[in-house]
Design a protein around this ligand. Structure first.
Ligand code: EPZ
Length: 420
């Protein structure tokens, strides 16, 4: 079993480059199923999840080539008659459910294995299915699969999301692009990845307005063509490396970011006394004078992102005072706290809140990643812990971070990957 071995790493320095966004590229790859013609996607990060989505697209009749060096992926639908997504593939990545929208729109049928839960929560898809039904899809669930069928044409409708679900917004948005008439998604998710998807679909010929706000309007069109698209930078990867600078009280440059996507993180870090200076395509993160603790509540965008909750928790474990983190998005996203406590952190969980009492220092220990962001948080903790930290179950980390150990080594971190 591979592991990361992390040792104390004071004074990080230099520049670290952010890759394309995982949660944008996966959905854009799914959206390529809508295109008649070839799509070329740029800044595609070499992540485990990208390779799962490549296998899924191929199983659904697309020809896919991925040039890892150029970070460029070309994909073209060769056989638009396949409508079954296998359990073997969808079970490897729950985000696979987002192929349903494109398949229903273009192939009028989709039979996808129900996504399992995962360590952070049950991850239901009721809002996805509510949207599909409102568009005229017959939805049936049985034998661990969800099957959608369209008799005739999908028709536009108004869909209110009880919760601004990212995946449901994306699935419904894609399904509506080829429906007859206008669809309005109310209480839609506003994450930058939604805006990136809408920009890709619009280039393909879709008629979309309001992406990035809570109301998205889609006017159905006849067909969509293949296009070239560059994926936005990964705001969560960027935030993770910003926290690496803060927790080690360093100054580093984080390159290839869109500051507007980082507003909640920049605001919180400045509240903690960190000096953030945008320059060119990146920003300097300077915590050489130390930092104060802050309270965090995770919220849908533009609120503080749940995917940065664990990284901030690591940061708070070694700063003075008692601070609170409230997780409002997922019901079980504190699993990794036990691992931090094995490193000497003092954290008290009460339902969806965690109270963190700062300690003088953490101690290196053997710990395991419980989800991809938690694994990154444990690495960050290892950068300041006294002694050696070994992080196991690192396949989770490789799902969401491109060569995290190489990128951290490039700014002076003592981390190495050891084949198990
Ligand atoms: C996306 O997941 C991201 N994944 C997650 O990133 C991210 O944490 C999450 O959005 C929130 O920002 C991808 O984009 C591939 P949701 P998604 O639907 O779409 C409830 C990472 O670390 N809900 O917004 O699954 C759900 O239970 C991953 O990169 C319903 O109740 O998130 C959860 O409590 C982790 N019914 C909340 O909404 C539904 O039909 C947020 O889920 C759908 C969701």
């Amino acid at each position: 079993m591979d592991k990361f071995v992390v040792e104390t790493s004071p004074n990080l320095q230099g520049s670290i480059r952010v890759s394309g966004a995982k949660n944008s590229v996966l959905i854009i790859m799914a959206a390529s199923l809508l295109a008649e013609g070839e799509c070329v996607i740029e800044d595609v990060p070499n992540l485990l999840d990208v390779h799962v989505m490549i296998d899924l697209l191929r199983s659904l009749g697309s020809e896919v080539h991925y040039d890892i060096e150029k970070e460029q992926l070309t994909t073209k639908v060769i056989d638009p008659t396949i409508t079954d997504a296998s359990y073997e593939l969808t079970n490897r990545m729950r985000a696979s459910i987002v192929v349903m929208g494109p398949l229903l729109a273009r192939r009028k049928r989709a039979n996808v294995a129900l996504p399992g839960g995962c360590p952070i929560g049950a991850r239901p898809i009721d809002l996805h299915l509510k949207g599909f039904r409102r568009l005229g899809v017959n939805v049936e669930i049985g034998h661990g699969y969800v099957e959608g069928r369209v008799d005739g044409d999908m028709h536009g409708n108004t869909i209110y999301l009880d919760f601004p679900s990212v995946g449901a917004t994306e699935n419904i948005l894609m399904a509506a692009t080829l429906a007859k008439g206008t669809t309005i998604i109310e209480n839609a998710a506003q994450e930058p990845e939604i805006t990136d998807l809408a920009s890709f679909l619009t280039k393909m010929g879709a008629n979309i307005s309001g992406a990035g706000t809570s109301t998205i309007r889609i006017k159905g069109v006849e067909k969509l063509k293949g296009v070239r698209h560059q994926v936005i930078p990964d705001r969560i990867e960027a935030g993770t490396y910003m926290v690496a600078s803060v927790i080690t009280k360093s100054k580093i440059f984080v390159d290839n970011v869109l500051p507007t996507h980082l507003r909640p993180l920049i605001s919180k870090l400045e509240e903690a006394g960190v000096i953030i200076t945008p320059e060119g395509n990146g920003l300097y993160v300077d915590a050489r004078n130390g930092y104060k603790g802050v309270d965090i509540t995770t919220l849908p965008y533009p609120g503080f992102p749940t995917d940065m909750q664990a990284q901030f928790m690591a940061m708070l474990t070694v700063c003075e005072g008692v601070h609170r983190i409230r997780e409002t998005i997922f019901e079980n996203r504190f699993m990794y706290v036990n691992e931090l406590m094995r490193m000497g952190a003092k954290i008290n969980i009460d339902g969806s809140s965690a109270m963190v009492s700062g300690v003088n220092h953490l101690e290196g220990a053997q710990v395991k990643s419980t989800d991809l962001r938690a694994g990154a948080a444990l690495i960050l903790a290892g950068l300041v812990a006294k002694g050696k930290t070994e992080v196991f179950e690192i396949h989770h980390v490789d799902r969401g971070f491109v060569s995290i150990e190489k990128k951290l080594q490039s700014i002076g971190a003592n981390i190495k990957r050891v084949q198990g």
